[in-house]
Design a protein around this ligand. Structure first.
Ligand SMILES: *Cc1c(COP(=O)(O)O)cnc(C)c1O
Length: 383
């Protein structure tokens, strides 16, 4: 990819990790060097320090680091003993990880539709999903609510439904870590929260990484055991079936450096989102954030309505503006999940969004000149 020199021909990066690296200077190299010197590469002091800093940042009492964001969700389902005969509800319009982990436990997925304005799970769909699961003789046990594109799901509506239906609420904030919902920070909402530190997420490391947040000390203990082969009181005592899902020290060391500037980066992302809205809201449907919430803008996603998305993407590409489609096909239409259940005969919003969404470059280092080029390109493509 060419470097953005601000000229008309330079290609714009979709996410500019190089700009962040430049800003961090030699702090990352030094942090990695310290791990190389002490030689404890898996778990250990950097991982403990990262867990403590993530707890401080989020306000969550317990933080358990693990190998990636998918495992963060999977470990929680394992700890809750979810398996065959159980039903777990998740949105149909999201990345595949939440569906995948449910299927891996042997439980049945019930896909719920999403809301057209926030792209997040429709709380009414959770109620329908429970009824459908019970009709099939399944026990509804949990919901995985996703904070899609960086915005928290509507938890004030979801939580009473979970209480009423007896559901465990697992928040997937792989895209929303650092966002807030009515004064609450992601990581403190629901019974447990999973997040990802994949490099392209708002808070990423330089490899795979993930973490689980909870206020439940018993769950904390179970998760620490499960991520370590079900370890009991000593290393070769296995109290339960576990997995290997540990964060390595180099990733933790990188994460600590990146977390130190994450607050400022969130503000920069929000400024970029505001500028996009100012430049585009009169010509296309720009994202909306629900009252009382903030987004960390993992993606800045437009809805093109009935317009031709392929033509739009080509027009931007010709201007050197990259785009991405998250996600071109809803999960209930994926080969892997055709035998799972849906909350209703069809999930029309998920289907429609899959056909019309498109995401623009978004990161904390988007320069105003670059953004103006993107805005101009979008406006030309839609004219
Ligand atoms: C990225 C992502 C995950 C999975 O995270 P990994 O670290 O890639 O395993 C889970 N859920 C959502 C919504 C994601 O965007």
């Amino acid at each position: 990819m060419l470097k953005d020199t601000g000229t008309a021909l330079a290609e714009i990066p979709f996410i500019d990790l190089k700009a962040q690296r430049h800003r961090l200077g030699d702090r990352i190299e030094k942090a990695i060097g310290r791990v190389l010197d002490h030689g404890q590469f898996v778990l250990g002091r950097e991982v403990e320090a990262a867990e403590a800093k993530l707890a401080e940042f989020s306000g969550a009492p317990h933080v358990i680091a693990c190998a990636n964001g998918t495992d963060a969700l999977y470990l929680v389902l394992l700890a809750k003993g979810i398996g065959p005969g159980d039903a777990v509800i998740c949105p149909a319009f999201t990345f595949a990880a939440p569906a995948e982990v449910i299927a891996l436990t042997g439980a049945t997925i019930v896909f719920a539709d999403v809301l057209p304005d926030t792209f997040n799970i429709d709380p009414a769909g959770i109620v329908t999903a429970c009824a459908i699961a019970r009709q099939r003789g399944l026990a509804p046990k949990a919901v995985i609510a996703v904070d899609l594109y960086g915005q928290p799901a509507d938890y004030d509506v979801i939580e009473p439904i979970c209480a009423e239906e007896g559901l465990f609420l697992l928040a997937d904030t792989a895209q929303g870590f650092g966002a807030t919902y009515k004064g609450r920070k992601t990581g403190t909402i629901g019974d447990a929260t999973g997040t990802s530190f994949f490099p392209a997420k708002p808070l990423g490391c330089y490899g795979d990484g993930g973490a689980i947040f909870t206020a439940d000390p018993e769950l904390d203990g179970l998760l620490r055991s499960i991520r370590m082969h079900g370890q009991g009181t000593d290393r070769y005592e296995h109290a339960r079936v576990g997995v290997n899902s540990r964060l390595d020290a180099i990733q933790a060391a990188i994460l600590i450096e990146k977390l130190a500037i994450f607050g400022e980066e969130i503000e920069a992302r929000d400024r970029a989102a505001t500028r996009y809205a100012e430049g585009l809201a009169d010509v296309v449907t720009v994202p909306t954030v629900i009252h009382g919430a903030t987004s960390v803008w993992a993606q800045y996603t437009l809805r093109l309505g009935g317009r031709n998305r392929d033509a739009f993407i080509s027009a931007l590409k010709a201007d050197g503006v990259p785009t991405a489609v998250h996600y071109p096909r809803p999960l209930h239409r994926q080969t892997a999940y055709l035998d799972q259940l849906t909350a209703g005969d069809s999930l029309p919003v998920a289907e429609q969004l899959a056909n019309e969404v498109v995401s623009l470059p978004m990161h904390a280092y988007l320069r105003e000149e670059t953004q103006d080029r993107i805005i101009a390109s979008v406006r030309r493509a839609l004219a």
